[in-house]
Design a protein around this ligand. Structure first.
Ligand SMILES: Cc1cc2nc3c(=O)[nH]c(=O)nc-3n(C[C@H](O)[C@H](O)[C@H](O)COP(=O)(O)O)c2cc1C
Length: 220
């Protein structure tokens, strides 16, 4: 089996999204030890920011007229989609930045969709495969909180991964990661500890359950 992992945090040290994804991945490997993990780092090694436009214009340009930049961008998009096609399951770890989706994850999604195999109207190479989306937020935007609705990243990522890419998706969320970092949030110390523990348990359970499901599917 193979698992494609995508990390979008802009840091390694102290990254809570990577830590949660590590838990899910460890449980996955514990359950299905022969799983091959393929990692793509998009947070600290971002995709070139002109690649999307080059890939899009490349698709509208006759082959012999394409520039080297267009060819290179199309080739990068194809590599990303090859990774998605070859994987049997996915693990995405994406933090909330500025109330929206990480620009690196948006660039990744845009470039993937520039490849003809992920075009609208075609069954995507990801269809029907299981995946985990790990999201983390410094604050808390859950129902009943003063800023409910300010997390504009999770709904968009769900739309892409579940509806457009048709991944059988589980979402693991950890709110309040800035508690203990930002003194203005000190009043939420206990709540944050509970949310951290809940998220870790969910990452643990989700990694194990998805691997078990994959093992069952492989044995049929
Ligand atoms: C530039 C920047 C912008 C951020 N914007 C938000 C935000 O709008 N809302 C929020 O709740 N947290 C925000 N955060 C906090 C991150 O979501 C939080 O630190 C998260 O844990 C980062 O993921 P990581 O721990 O995997 O690196 C921001 C962090 C950075 C660095």
């Amino acid at each position: 089996m193979s698992l494609l992992r995508i990390d979008a945090s802009i840091r390694h040290e102290g990254s809570t999204s990577r830590a949660l994804a590590d838990i899910a991945q460890a449980q996955w490997l514990d359950t299905a030890s022969t799983t091959q993990i393929v990692q793509r780092e998009i947070g600290t090694t971002p995709l070139p920011n002109d690649a999307w436009a080059q890939a899009i214009t490349s698709g509208a340009t006759p082959g012999e007229e394409r520039t080297p930049e267009q060819r290179s961008a199309s080739s990068l998009a194809a590599t990303l989609v090859d990774e998605l096609a070859e994987a049997e399951a996915y693990l995405f770890a994406v933090p909330l930045y500025n109330f929206g989706v990480s620009q690196h994850f948006k660039s990744y999604v845009d470039l993937v969709i520039a490849d003809p195999r992920m075009s609208p109207g075609i069954t995507p190479v990801t269809a029907g495969k299981p995946g985990v989306l790990v999201t983390v937020q410094g604050g808390n935007y859950s129902p009943g909180t003063p800023r409910e609705g300010w997390d504009h990243a999770t709904p968009w990522m769900r739309r892409i991964l579940e509806d457009v890419w048709q991944i059988d998706l589980e979402v693991v969320t950890r709110e309040f990661t800035l508690v203990g970092v930002n003194p203005a949030l000190d009043a939420f110390t206990d709540a944050a500890a509970g949310l951290k523990s809940d998220a870790e348990q969910r990452a643990h359970r989700t990694g194990r359950e998805l691997a078990e499901r994959q093992l069952q599917a492989a044995s049929r």
